[in-house]
Design a protein. Structure first.
Length: 371
């Protein structure tokens, strides 16, 4: 299958999913897309993969991703694996002639991300990123309001994802600097950073000032409550558990970003973005992954302050991302989110971490050229 097909294919795009953990969200998304069919699944957790193959009626299951990529009846893949595997798996998929949808973040470093974006261009294949929070109804409403100019000039924004006790897999790849690339910034903060910048129209970031802290994780405090993640024996904690940053834009706007896995705060597991504009404002505040009752719009009516709370519709985040991924494969439509946007976010994350490490504001020498 090439990089462009008819938008009404006689046969669905044949998908392989790599990773049986986060891969579940991709499988649920593909189940909503009639133009695609998952035909293969690969993962090291063979028991979980077999369970998913029965649940979603997937005919082929492999232990190694290379076996999946070698299968001739796979046109595209979803990569839902730990961060350190994104680069080698993506490059191998392009070498095998497969389109790629990769989980966020695109990569651990700018150098890795650049190699992935360049490989997609050379292969003339689609590279898309699963920033699934973009698909939320509240996010889309605010994005459209800003695009229409309803809020005027956006001059300041706040973005946060805060947990009180939510370190995932203490001692696992999540808390390894080498394997993950960082802590809550690259895991959670990248979501709200992408949400805020996308809603603002992807303004060019020119400088960053950040600070990071590791106060709870090294003491084995703040791990995720319940059975979802376990604490490894002799667990090592090599990343931050809280980070704060101020980003300045070329147009004069600013963005305050706060993100944590663990901290003695009133937050449970909450994220959001608020925008302040010259003609109005917006506030998204999500607690425990709620999809309704999360948005307020602020304005005036004949000089009287107003608050609008739109009636929201729950949406499966990966479903919309996958719909756009299939559009790109079939019609050559630009990927949304694209590999270039993924690389831009990685560049910002890398600069934020560097600013925190050096304790000073840093200028971004290679501003993005996003639309």
């Amino acid at each position: 299958m090439g990089s462009k097909k008819s938008s009404t294919p006689s046969e669905p795009v044949r998908i392989g999913v790599i990773g049986c953990g986060a891969g579940l969200f991709h499988l649920e998304g593909y189940a909503e897309e009639p133009r695609a069919k998952v035909v293969a699944l690969a993962g090291l957790d063979t028991e979980r993969c077999q369970q998913l193959s029965k649940r979603f009626d997937i005919p082929h299951v492999f232990g190694e991703y290379t076996e999946l990529l070698a299968h001739p009846n796979v046109d595209a893949v979803s990569i839902a694996t730990p961060n350190f595997l994104h680069l080698p798996m993506t490059l191998a998929a392009f070498d095998a002639g497969k389109h790629v949808l990769v989980e966020k973040p695109l990569a651990r470093t700018v150098e890795e991300g650049e190699r992935m974006v360049e490989a997609a261009k050379q292969a003339k294949l689609v590279l898309a990123i699963a920033y699934n929070r973009r698909s939320r109804h509240d996010v889309n409403i605010v994005h459209d309001q800003v695009a229409r100019g309803a809020l005027g000039r956006i001059y300041h924004a706040k973005a946060f994802w805060m947990r009180r006790s939510g370190i995932p897999g203490l001692g696992s790849w999540f808390t390894s600097k080498e394997l993950a690339g960082g802590g809550p910034l690259i895991d959670l903060g990248v979501h709200v950073l992408d949400m805020a910048l996308w809603m603002m129209g992807n303004p060019t970031v020119t400088s960053v000032s950040a600070a990071s802290y590791a106060e709870l994780g090294p003491k084995h405090k703040g791990h995720w409550q319940g059975s979802r993640f376990t604490v490894a024996e002799n667990a090592k904690y090599e990343v931050e558990d809280f980070l704060t940053a101020l980003l300045r834009m070329k147009d004069g706007a600013t963005l305050q970003l706060d993100t944590s896995w663990a901290g003695f705060t009133g937050h449970t597991d909450e994220f959001g973005v608020s925008l302040m504009g010259s003609e109005g404002g917006a506030e998204i505040h999500v607690k425990d992954y709620a999809q309704v009752g999360t948005l307020r719009l602020f304005g005036e009516l004949d000089g009287v302050p107003t608050i609008i709370e739109p009636r929201l519709v729950p949406r499966g985040g990966h479903g919309q991302i996958i719909h756009q991924f299939v559009d790109s494969i079939l019609d050559g439509a630009p990927a949304n989110p694209s590999g270039e946007e993924g690389l831009d976010r990685v560049r910002l994350i890398e600069t934020i971490y560097q600013s925190a490490a050096e304790g000073r504001e840093l200028t971004i020498s290679e501003p993005s050229n996003l639309p």
